[in-house]
Design a protein around this ligand. Structure first.
Ligand SMILES: C[S@@+](CC[C@H](N)C(=O)[O-])C[C@H]1O[C@@H](n2cnc3c(N)ncnc32)[C@H](O)[C@@H]1O
Length: 233
């Protein structure tokens, strides 16, 4: 399993530029994830699926001891260039065992990454292993409303292929998995996480100025969902 489109250095750089100030990431997902995560000062935090390091930069600036991880060498290079010695940046695949000792982190923070994996149990079990007792997992993923019209049946985990524009002159094909809420919650439970909260964010006020039509759409039909869970015993 790789990051797919994010492996290409040129596309990774375009993704970083396009999402630095856009509505979906900068004025919707990122403020919502940070609000759910809350205070991170002095915490050991794993940013799992760091892309170009937007959240990792916020984590380090907020006082977290941050390890940023991504499967894409191009994204790892962008995050390293951005953060220098402020964070450790690791190339690793969330579908495999993670290169961290048990009980290394207080918080696993994973933004818009898990929907690229078909099977969530391996990464969720690894997140539970690398968290300390009582540690938190906060992650965002595609809301099933975002993909419901693209799959034959809501209840099955299903590969979706979409064409995305906005990352340069050529449209790009993107593959990820639709997943029903029941499967998300069952997998969290199997990996021994206890759900604390399920958040369906609305766009931040600045989204209105940047793209009123998209902001209105996101207010009416969520694209992303944020889950907040605690490692059980
Ligand atoms: C949409 S981006 C994440 C958004 C990012 N957090 C931000 O705020 O800009 C998804 C990231 O997940 C990474 N990714 C996809 N599959 C992965 C896997 N199996 N293991 C680790 N990273 C993965 C991709 O390389 C990409 O950088």
């Amino acid at each position: 399993m790789t990051g797919g489109l994010y492996d290409d250095p040129e596309l990774a750089a375009r993704y970083a530029d396009a999402t630095a100030n856009n509505v979906c990431n900068a004025a919707y997902e990122r403020p919502a994830m940070r609000a759910v995560a809350g205070g991170v000062a002095e915490l050991d935090v794993l940013d799992a699926g760091c892309a170009a390091g937007e959240h990792a930069a916020w984590l380090t600036a907020s006082g977290a001891r941050t390890v940023a991880l991504d499967v894409s060498p191009a994204m790892v290079a962008l995050t390293r260039a951005r953060l220098g010695s402020a964070a450790r940046v690791v190339e690793a695949d969330l579908a495999q065992s993670l290169p961290f000792a048990a009980g290394s982190f207080d918080l696993v923070f994973s933004s818009l990454t898990l929907h690229y994996l078909e099977d969530w149990l391996p990464p969720l079990r690894e997140f539970a292993r690398v968290l300390r007792p009582g540690g938190r997992l906060v992650f965002s993923t595609h809301h099933p409303f975002m993909t419901i019209d693209e799959v034959p049946a809501y209840h099955r985990v299903t590969l979706v292929e979409q064409t995305w524009t906005g990352f340069g002159p050529e449209p790009v094909r993107v593959r990820f998995y639709h997943r029903p809420f029941a499967r998300m919650l069952a997998d969290l439970d199997t990996a021994r996480f206890r759900l604390r909260g399920l958040h369906e964010p609305v766009p931040a006020p600045e989204a209105e100025a940047r793209d009123p039509a998209l902001a209105a759409r996101l207010r009416e039909r969520p694209w992303f969902v944020i889950l907040d869970a605690v490692r059980g015993d």
